[in-house]
Design a protein around this ligand. Structure first.
Ligand SMILES: Nc1ncnc2c1ncn2[C@@H]1O[C@H](COP(=O)(O)OP(=O)(O)OP(=O)(O)O)[C@@H](O)[C@H]1O
Ligand SMILES: [Mg+2]
Length: 334
């Protein structure tokens, strides 16, 4: 669907150069939900704006369905952009227009009957038929984002770009919007490219994820792989933010155990917590569970324990080896 090669974009402001996107190579497949995560200023919005050329890269190529977007004439680019919907954090609705008029906006030039049918169809899709004549100020944040999604889908795009689409919403509305996006992905074969700074958003609906830092993509892969076994130190810190490990570190400092502190990560196909009692007996080591999380990512159950293991040095090593053989990822917890 998308192929980016060596894409870079910099901004020059007041003698300062900001390299917002640096040398990004990216393939996005048809029908996938692709997440881009990174801290503020990492370059996420700039990268996504390069996908529809709202931002024109200084270097590199942006291919969409095999077409090099930068080679298109203005007219052809505008035509191609109809296939690329976009939604934003602040919804960007016209406040003086009704829900109907907002959604009808991209359909200008079509017949009145066509517009009416299409808008009602879209409203039903986003479950908002009863708000057809409401104004944006009369809607909740989640409802406004549903209108924005309906409007972005008016011209039946193949891909939807979402820039922090749920960041202004409470957790419940966030989940309902994410579920809607997932349904649209399944039902309409809509490819979705989603930017967020929230791990939970990625974990809930994305198939693959790229982590951005300082303009670079520093890690990319299936959501499970990146979260279970991040390769780069910077992305590791990033993926671990959700687990409150700083608190765990403070606790461990207070407990001041001897032995070793470890992080154990295991999936469906490897051990469960039962393994802890097995190795503690088999190798005569004492294991204290300090913290534990079990979560479901892309339909796979992932367990993550922080433990202290104590005993003879040889016994500890043998126990760790056994865990690894059983498919558990064992990291020093420092
Ligand atoms: N039009 C612009 N002019 C100058 N600098 C810009 C412009 N747009 C973005 N930048 C700079 O480029 C860098 C990347 O910005 P970008 O908006 O892509 O980050 P982001 O990852 O989306 O951050 P956030 O999570 O805060 O939205 C930042 O340092 C930003 O200040
Ligand atoms: Mg942004």
């Amino acid at each position: 669907m998308y192929k980016l090669t060596g894409v870079s974009k910099q901004f020059v402001s007041q003698d300062r150069i900001v390299k917002a996107v640096r040398d990004v190579d990216l393939h996005i497949e048809k029908n996938e939900i692709f997440g881009i995560i990174g801290s503020s200023g990492a370059g996420k919005s700039t990268l996504v704006r390069c996908l529809n050329l709202l931002e024109k890269p200084d270097q590199g190529q942006v291919e969409y369905k095999g077409v090099d977007l930068m080679q298109l004439s203005k007219k052809d680019l505008n035509e191609e952009r109809k296939n690329i919907g976009m939604i934003f954090q602040n919804f960007n609705l016209f406040s003086s227009r009704t829900v109907f008029e907002n959604i009808a906006f991209p359909l200008k030039g079509k017949s009145k009957d066509f517009i009416k049918n299409r808008v009602m169809e879209l409203l039903s899709l986003v479950d908002l038929s009863d708000k057809v004549n409401a104004y944006p100020s009369q809607l909740s944040g989640g409802q406004k984002q549903r209108v924005a999604i309906a409007r972005a889908l008016a011209n039946e795009p193949d891909v939807l770009l979402c820039d922090e689409a749920t960041s202004a919403l409470d957790p419940q509305s966030t989940n309902s919007i994410l579920d809607l996006l997932k349904d649209l992905n399944k039902q309409m074969n809509l490819t979705i490219i989603l930017i967020t700074h929230e791990m939970d958003v990625i974990k809930r609906i994305c198939d693959r994820v790229a982590i951005m830092s300082d303009g670079y993509i520093i890690e990319m892969g299936s959501v499970v792989d990146v979260f279970v076994n991040p390769k780069k130190e910077a992305s590791k810190e990033f993926t671990l933010q959700t687990y409150g490990f700083n608190e765990v570190r403070k606790l461990l400092k207070k407990l001041n155990y001897s032995g070793k502190n470890l992080e154990l990560v295991y999936g469906d196909n490897s051990a469960s917590q039962a393994l802890i009692s097995v190795i503690s007996q088999k190798f005569n080591v004492e294991i204290n569970i300090i913290s534990g999380y079990i979560e479901v990512i892309s339909d796979q159950t992932i367990g993550r324990l922080v433990v202290n293991i104590d005993g003879e040095a040889d016994a500890i090593e043998a126990a760790i080896n056994h865990l690894k053989i059983e498919g558990v990822i064992v990291n020093d917890f420092i």
